[in-house]
Design a protein around this ligand. Sequence first.
Ligand SMILES: [Zn+2]
Length: 55
Amino acid sequence: MSRTDRPCPICRKPRVPEHSPFCSTRCRDRDLLQWLDEGYAVPGRAAPPAEADED
Ligand SMILES: [Zn+2]
């Protein structure tokens, strides 16, 4: 597999240059939702402290 032939990181399908590095807008949105789900940018919520090291 060549360097320029990496698959979509979300679903592992061949990526589409138009939506690189994803295969579709759906996967691009899904990647964004993963970020939101982890609480990095939830609207109406305070941003988590930079050093969130509590176990
Ligand atoms: Zn995909």
